[in-house]
Design a binder for this molecule. Structure first.
Ligand SMILES: *[C@@H]1O[C@H](CO)[C@@H](O)[C@H](O)[C@H]1NC(C)=O
Ligand SMILES: *[C@@H]1O[C@H](CO)[C@@H](O)[C@H](O)[C@H]1NC(C)=O
Ligand SMILES: *[C@@H]1O[C@H](CO)[C@@H](O)[C@H](O)[C@H]1NC(C)=O
Ligand SMILES: *[C@@H]1O[C@H](CO)[C@@H](O)[C@H](O)[C@H]1NC(C)=O
Ligand SMILES: *[C@@H]1O[C@H](CO)[C@@H](O)[C@H](O)[C@H]1NC(C)=O
Ligand SMILES: *[C@@H]1O[C@H](CO)[C@@H](O)[C@H](O)[C@H]1NC(C)=O
Ligand SMILES: *[C@@H]1O[C@H](CO)[C@@H](O)[C@H](O)[C@H]1NC(C)=O
Ligand SMILES: *[C@@H]1O[C@H](CO)[C@@H](O)[C@H](O)[C@H]1NC(C)=O
Length: 667
C-alpha cells in the first residue's frame, strides 16, 4: 500500500515537472495578481484591478515581472535552444491631461535576467535600461517597445513599435499600425487611443518573431498579418532562467501606463484574453465629474439666489425710499397726520383707476384704508409754497375736530415733499352740481322742491356752524354747488375746506391771498381780495338761485340778458315775472317758498357786503322763523350793475378757479 502510494506520489511529482516545463498563465485583470507580480518603483495594482506602471507624474519609472522565472533556453543532446513562446496583453496609455506635445515615454514587454533591472532609468530609457548599460551585450535583455516619443537615433515616428536587444535603439522599428483584412496598413496612435492589444509570438525552431498591435475598438481578434515579422536568434541573447514582464517610464513628458490583462505561454499559443473581464476605469461621470458638476450647479445656484436676494433687498429699499417722507418738527405738532404708505396702499399707489375727479389743484382719489376698511376720498394737492402749506395744515388740523352733520368730515392729512394729501369721508352720491345741471338725467333724478329746500337748509346750517358756532370763525371761501356733497339720503355736506382760511374772532380779517370760483365771488372779494363771512353769504346766495333755477350761475350759451343768473333774477324781481326763472323741470312746488328763496338769494347777492344778511338770518328765513320784510329788498334796485365789476375782469367765463391776488396784481 505504502509503495503504491509512494509511486503514485512520484508519478504526481513527475507529472508536475512535465507540466511545469510548459509555462502558462493568464491575468484577466490583476485584482488577485499581487502575489504573482514583482513590482518596482512606481508600478502598482490599482483599486480597479489594473497594473499601473506609472501615473502621469514626471520622471517616473516602473516595472512589473511575473514573480517566477521562466525557463526560456532548453538544452537537448548538448544543444541549447530558445523556447517558443507566445504572449498577448491589453494596454492603455493615457497622456497627461493638458500636455501640448503629448505624453511620454512608453512601455515595453521585457524579457530580462533580473526582476530588479539595475541601472534602469526613466524617460527615454523606458525604465528598462539606463545610460550605464544601454547597448551592452552583457545585459541579456530582449524587449518589444511601445514607444510614444521620438527620442533615439533611429526612431522615425512618435508612436512606434520596436524590437530592442540589449539596447533601446531598436533592431526593427515600425510605426504603430495594423493590417486589415485587405492587408492595408492602418496607422494609429499608441497614446489616448483607448485599449490596445498586442501579440507576440516566437518560434524557437526557426527563430521567427511576430509582433502585432491593434486597437480593441477596431479589432477584437488578432489581425491575420503581423506588423513586425523577423528572425531573431534569441538563443544567443537569452539566458536559461528569465523573467517576463513590463516596464514603463515618464520623463519631461508623462503618461499613465496601464496593463489591463496579460496572457503568457511557452511552447504553445497563449490563451485568449477574456475581453469582457477587463478592469474598467471608474465611470468618471458617476463619481468625480458628477461631483464637479454638482459643485458647479450648487455654486451657480448659490450665486443666483444671492443675486436674487440682492435684487429683492434693492427693490425693497427702493420701494421704501419711494414711500418715505421727511417729517418736519411742526408736522408732528398737528394731529390727524396720516402715514403716506397707508395712503399709498389705500389708493393702490395713487392709481389712475381710483381717480374720482380732478381739478386745478390735483386729483381726488377713492381709497380704502387698509386698517379700518373705511372708504375715503383722498385729495392730492401739489403746491410749491411751503409756508402756505404749513398754515394750511395748521388750519385743517383743527378742522379735523369739527363735527357737524352738514360738513364733510376730515379724516386726516399727509404731507410728502410738495404734495399735500387730505383725506375726507367718502360721499357716494357725488356733488350737487351733477344732480342739478346734468340735463341728461332722467326725470327720476330731477330733484323735487322739497329735496332742494332741504339741501339748502342743510348747507345753510353748515355754513352757520362755520361762521358762528365753531370756536373760531371759519370763512369757507369756496361755497359752490360742486362743493356740496350728498349722502345717500340727500343730506348735504359742505366739503372742501381746501381754500378756507381761519382767523381768530379778535383779529381783523386779514388774508394774504384770495381765491374763489368765478360766478360765486362777491364784488369786494374780486376787487379787494378780501374774504369775509359776507362773501360766503354772497356765494350761498348764488347757490340758492342755482338750486331754484336749475342752471349755473354763468351760462355762456344763454341769451345775453340771462347769461348772469344773479343779474337775470334781479331784473325779473325788479321788473316783474320772477317765477319765470324757476327750473322748468320742477313740476310741483310751493310758490311762496320758491319766491321767498329767490328773494333771499337776491338779498344775499347784494353788491354791498354790509347790507347782506348774516348766515344766522339766512337760516331763520329758510326755516320760516323770520320773514323777509319788503323794505329789505328796497336797496336791491339801486345796486350798481354787476356787469360793471365783471367787465373789469378779462378772464374766460369758465368754471375754473381764479386767484384774486393775481387778478389784483394784473391791475
Ligand atoms: C480574486 O480572489 C477572490 C477570492 O480570493 C475571488 O473571489 C475572485 O474571483 C478573484 N478575482 C479574480 C479576477 O481572479
Ligand atoms: C505618482 O506615482 C508616484 C510614485 O509612485 C507617487 O509618488 C505620486 O504621488 C503619484 N502621483 C499621483 C498624482 O498619484
Ligand atoms: C555532452 O557533452 C559532454 C561533455 O561536454 C559529454 O560528456 C557528453 O557525452 C555529451 N553527451 C551527448 C549526448 O553528446
Ligand atoms: C558591460 O557590462 C559589464 C558588466 O556590467 C561591464 O563589465 C562592461 O565594462 C560593460 N561594457 C561596456 C562597454 O560598458
Ligand atoms: C539605424 O538604422 C540604420 C539602417 O536604417 C543602420 O544602418 C544603423 O546602424 C542604425 N543605427 C543604430 C545606432 O543602430
Ligand atoms: C477589402 O476590400 C474589399 C474589396 O476591395 C472591400 O469591399 C472591403 O470593404 C475591404 N475591407 C476592408 C476592411 O477595407
Ligand atoms: C509570423 O508571421 C508570418 C508571416 O505572416 C507567418 O507566416 C508565421 O506563421 C507567423 N509565425 C507565428 C509564430 O505566428
Ligand atoms: C544561434 O546562436 C547560438 C549561440 O550563439 C549558435 O550556437 C547558433 O548556431 C545560432 N543559430 C543560428 C541559426 O544562427
Amino acid at each position: 500500500m505504502v509503495a503504491k502510494s509512494t509511486l503514485f506520489q512520484i508519478i504526481l511529482i513527475f507529472g508536475y515537472f512535465l507540466s511545469s516545463s510548459c509555462q502558462d498563465f493568464i491575468f484577466n485583470g490583476f485584482q488577485n495578481a499581487s502575489n504573482n507580480m514583482a513590482m518596482g518603483y512606481s508600478a502598482k495594482i490599482t483599486d480597479y484591478g489594473m497594473l499601473q506602471l506609472t501615473n502621469d507624474s514626471y520622471d517616473l519609472k516602473g516595472h512589473a515581472f511575473f514573480s517566477s522565472p521562466i525557463q526560456l533556453i532548453k538544452t537537448q543532446d548538448n544543444i541549447s535552444r530558445a523556447v517558443s513562446f507566445s504572449t498577448t496583453f491589453v494596454f492603455q496609455i493615457i497622456s497627461k491631461p493638458g500636455s501640448e506635445n503629448g505624453g511620454g515615454h512608453g512601455l515595453t514587454f521585457a524579457i530580462a535576467p533580473s526582476k530588479q533591472l539595475p541601472g534602469a532609468a526613466s524617460g527615454k530609457y523606458l525604465g528598462l535600461l539606463g545610460p550605464g548599460n544601454n547597448g551592452n551585450f552583457s545585459n541579456h535583455v530582449f524587449a518589444v517597445e511601445l514607444d510614444t516619443v521620438n527620442d533615439f537615433l533611429n526612431d522615425t515616428d512618435e508612436d512606434h513599435v520596436g524590437i530592442d536587444v540589449d539596447d533601446l535603439t531598436s533592431e526593427i522599428l515600425e510605426n504603430a499600425a495594423y493590417y486589415d483584412s485587405n492587408s492595408t496598413k492602418i496607422p494609429f496612435e499608441l497614446e489616448d487611443t483607448g485599449l490596445i492589444q498586442a501579440w507576440l509570438e516566437y518560434n524557437g525552431k526557426n527563430d521567427v518573431l511576430n509582433v502585432t498591435v491593434a486597437p480593441l475598438s477596431a479589432h477584437k481578434t488578432k489581425p491575420s498579418r503581423p506588423l513586425i515579422s523577423g528572425t531573431f536568434n534569441l538563443t544567443a541573447i537569452l539566458k536559461e532562467d528569465m523573467y517576463v514582464g513590463f516596464t514603463a517610464a515618464t520623463g519631461k513628458l508623462a503618461s499613465s501606463h496601464y496593463i489591463m490583462a496579460w496572457s503568457f505561454r511557452t511552447e504553445g499559443t497563449a490563451r485568449a484574453i477574456d475581453l469582457s473581464k477587463l478592469p474598467k476605469f471608474p465611470d468618471i461621470w458617476s463619481n468625480h465629474h458628477k461631483v464637479t458638476i454638482i459643485k458647479i450647479v450648487v455654486l451657480s445656484f448659490a450665486i443666483l439666489s444671492f443675486m436674487v436676494i440682492l435684487i429683492v433687498i434693492f427693490l425693497y429699499l427702493w420701494h421704501r425710499a419711494k414711500l418715505s417722507e421727511t417729517i418736519e418738527d411742526w408736522e408732528l405738532e398737528n394731529p390727524h397726520r396720516l402715514n403716506y404708505r397707508e395712503l399709498y396702499s389705500a389708493t393702490n399707489g395713487f392709481s389712475k383707476t381710483e381717480v374720482l375727479g380732478s381739478g386745478g389743484f390735483g386729483n381726488v382719489y377713492k381709497g380704502v384704508m387698509r386698517q379700518t376698511g373705511e372708504v375715503v376720498a383722498i385729495k392730492k394737492i401739489s403746491t410749491s409754497t411751503r409756508q402756505g402749506m404749513r398754515e394750511f395744515i395748521a388750519e385743517i388740523s383743527s378742522l379735523g375736530r369739527m363735527r357737524h352733520r352738514n360738513l364733510v368730515e376730515l379724516r386726516g392729512w399727509c404731507k410728502r415733499n410738495d404734495d399735500l394729501i387730505i383725506v375726507y369721508e367718502f360721499m357716494p352720491n357725488g356733488s350737487l352740481d351733477t344732480l342739478l345741471f346734468n340735463h341728461n338725467n332722467n326725470a327720476q333724478t330731477t330733484l323735487s322742491w322739497e329735496q332742494r329746500l332741504n339741501i339748502l337748509k342743510g348747507v345753510a346750517s353748515g355754513l352757520l356752524y362755520l361762521h358762528e358756532e365753531w370756536e373760531k370763525v371759519v370763512v369757507h371761501r369756496d361755497v359752490k354747488s360742486s362743493n356740496v356733497l350728498l349722502k345717500s339720503d340727500l343730506t348735504p355736506k359742505l366739503g372742501d375746506f381746501g381754500l378756507a382760511r381761519l382767523y381768530n374772532r379778535d383779529t381783523a380779517p386779514q388774508t394774504t391771498c384770495a381765491a374763489g370760483t368765478l360766478g360765486y365771488m362777491a364784488p369786494e372779494l374780486l376787487q379787494m381780495g378780501k374774504a369775509t363771512t359776507s362773501s360766503d353769504v354772497y356765494a350761498f346766495g348764488v347757490l340758492l338761485l342755482e338750486v331754484v333755477c336749475g342752471r349755473r350761475t354763468i351760462e355762456p350759451s344763454a341769451p345775453d340778458s340771462e347769461r348772469n343768473l344773479v343779474r337775470w333774477v334781479r331784473e325779473c324781481l325788479v321788473h316783474g315775472g320772477l317765477m319765470e326763472v324757476v327750473d322748468p323741470r320742477m313740476e310741483e312746488y310751493d310758490g311762496q317758498e320758491v319766491e321767498m328763496t329767490l328773494k333771499l338769494g337776491i338779498l344775499c347777492c347784494q353788491y354791498r357786503a354790509e347790507v347782506r344778511p348774516s348766515m344766522r338770518q339766512v337760516n331763520n328765513y329758510l326755516n320760516g322763523t323770520e320773514q323777509i320784510a319788503a323794505g329789505d329788498l328796497s336797496l336791491v334796485s339801486v345796486d350798481p350793475d354787476l356787469m360793471g365789476s365783471e367787465s373789469t375782469c378779462s378772464f374766460s367765463l369758465s368754471q375754473g378757479m381764479i386767484s384774486a391776488s393775481s387778478f389784483q396784481g394784473g391791475r
